[in-house]
Design a protein around this ligand. Structure first.
Ligand code: ADP
Length: 516
């Protein structure tokens, strides 16, 4: 085997794995990119939600602390008898969620309330005062030293939520506590809707208490983009939850896009695999054809050599003048004529086949007697048949008359069929050529009693260069173009050609010329 074909044959073993590796890398990169993109998107959604939650929670703290500062500014701690009067005058407008203000003397025995002003009805206010002293004050983070800054207490008692803002002050050397009593239900009913129902189409908000019960707003779907955070300073026992609505759409879009990307990658895989298959099949077919062609060249040369050497041998014998017997001389001349006819037929076969291959086969249709055309072909083979000891019988039915045909082509077709019968069925005692009409169709049937053609080969043998199992043992040389030519000639005449098994053994080749 030469170096080049081997290299060509090895090439697919290199480039197929290379293409597969490239595809896998492509798939990996696409996957990674898609995941990274999704992660980035998710991250930005999380960040956006967090910013929104912070901003919304801060809004409440800010609003309440603004009121606390107003309270501190309005209440004059020195004015015991008019305690809170200035605040009360403007409370509804300036500090709508503050129900009352109280001043507690922390230095006194029972932590006495020394100043009190309230917008609540008397019994409720009284109840709150008691609760402040016995329940709420102990919960406050007062420390050992007075702390001047604003602090908050957010707690629940008897099912009621309390929010107190408080400051410590030193008045005449005694520690005092100023308390602003916030109305929590009012915060829920007035402030939350004002702050959080701002018709933002991209987000939904709710507030839940320490036990996770919803205090305000709708229940939120537990999507990946819901974030919660506590209020920093005021209602610090509660949580604010924010869901980005557009994030739900975004998740669906991301999933859709990923599916699309996967489908595209799958499709490119399919295309590449289909392409590879086509290339491989085409390469294999091409290789097979090129092998067939080189076999063809070898076979044709060999086929030409045999009759040529016979012609030469008998020609030389006659030339030498050593053949005195007149009968022998005539026999030798017969052989020379028949072999040169065979040679001519072979060359014609090859030339005609080449024309067919190049699509240049041209037929010359004339009206002619079919019986005579077939007879000429049979006669061309007679000497060979006699030499092989085979009886060649021609049988032309009376209804076979004139038809429009290319005489030379039909002759070549019949010679091919008879020649094959003599070649592949030499054991036949007789080869019959029968010209007849069947349902208006003109047929030439060549029947031998040879080995026959295996069923699986009966179609294949009509393809160019294909030789059946009968020819595989190599004893009979051939080029594999004879039957391809017969088929082409039959089709050019509007007919077809086929082979069927003959009784009791052998094959019957049928050349149907259509109903002309
Ligand atoms: P070739 O004879 O040059 O090989 P053909 O196209 O004429 O090519 O025939 C194709 C194949 O069909 C032959 O190789 C042979 O195997 C098979 N074949 C043709 N005629 C006969 C026959 N009469 N009996 C058995 N096999 C045949």
């Amino acid at each position: 085997m030469s170096e080049r074909p081997r290299r060509e044959r090895l090439l697919p073993f290199l480039w197929i794995p290379a293409v597969v590796v490239a595809l896998i890398v492509l798939l990996g990169v696409t996957f990674r990119n898609s995941f990274q993109l999704e992660k980035l998107r998710e991250q930005s959604v999380v960040e956006a939600t967090l910013t929104l939650a912070n901003e919304k929670a801060d809004r409440l703290d800010k609003s309440l602390i603004e009121q606390d500062n107003a309270v501190l500014a309005l209440v004059d701690l020195e004015e015991r008898f008019r305690f809170g009067a200035d605040w009360l005058a403007v409370a509804a407008r300036q500090t709508p969620t503050v129900r009352g203000v109280l001043l507690v003397d922390l230095a006194s025995q029972g932590r006495e309330i020394v100043g009190f002003a309230s917008r609540a009805p008397a019994p409720e206010a009284e109840d709150f005062r008691r609760r402040l002293v016995y329940v709420l004050l102990p919960e406050m983070d007062l420390g050992r030293e007075p702390r001047a800054e604003l602090r908050h207490l957010h707690t629940t008692h008897a099912g009621q939520s309390y929010l107190l803002s408080y400051w410590q002050r030193d008045l005449k050397g005694r520690r005092h506590l100023l308390v602003a009593w916030h109305d929590v239900p009012r915060i829920v009913h007035d402030v939350f809707p004002r702050l959080y129902s701002d018709r933002d189409p991209h987000s939904r908000v709710n507030v839940v208490d320490a036990d996770g019960r919803i205090v305000f707003g709708p229940s939120l779907s537990r999507g990946g983009f819901t974030l919660g955070r506590r209020f920093d300073t005021t209602l610090y026992k509660w949580r604010l939850n924010v869901t980005l609505i557009s994030a739900e759409g975004l998740t669906a879009a991301v999933a859709r896009r990923r599916r699309l990307e996967m489908a595209l990658v799958g499709l490119s895989w399919l295309v590449v695999i289909a392409g590879l298959t086509v290339v491989l099949v085409a390469a294999a077919r091409e290789r097979k054809l090129s092998n067939l062609k080189s076999d063809f060249v070898a076979n044709v040369s060999h086929e030409l050599k045999t009759p040529l050497s016979l012609v030469r041998m008998f020609g030389e014998l006659l030339q030498s003048g050593r053949v005195e017997n007149e009968e022998k001389r005539a026999q030798y001349l017969d052989i020379i004529v028949s072999e040169s006819e065979r040679l001519a037929a072979l060359i014609e076969n090859v030339l005609d086949f080449a024309k067919v291959e190049r699509g240049k086969a041209a037929y010359d249709f004339t009206r002619a007697n079919v019986g005579q055309v077939v007879q000429r072909a049979v006669e061309a083979c007679r000497v060979r048949a006699q030499r092989g000891g085979v009886e060649l019988v021609l049988d032309v039915d009376p209804d076979v008359d004139d038809a429009l045909l290319d005489q030379r082509a039909v002759e070549i077709a019949v010679i091919n069929l008879v020649d094959n019968a003599l070649k592949y069925a030499p054991e036949s005692e007789r080869v019959t050529v029968h010209a007849r009409r069947v349902e208006g169709e003109l047929r030439v049937e060549v029947t031998d009693a040879g080995p026959g053609i295996p069923a699986e080969d009966r179609k294949r043998i009509w393809e160019r260069f294909v030789r059946a199992q009968t020819a595989q043992d190599g004893r009979v040389r051939g080029s594999g173009i004879g039957l391809a030519l017969v088929k082409h000639i039959a089709e050019a005449h509007g007919g077809r050609a086929w082979v069927e098994p003959a009784e009791p053994k052998g094959s019957r080749f049928v050349l149907a010329l259509g109903s002309s």
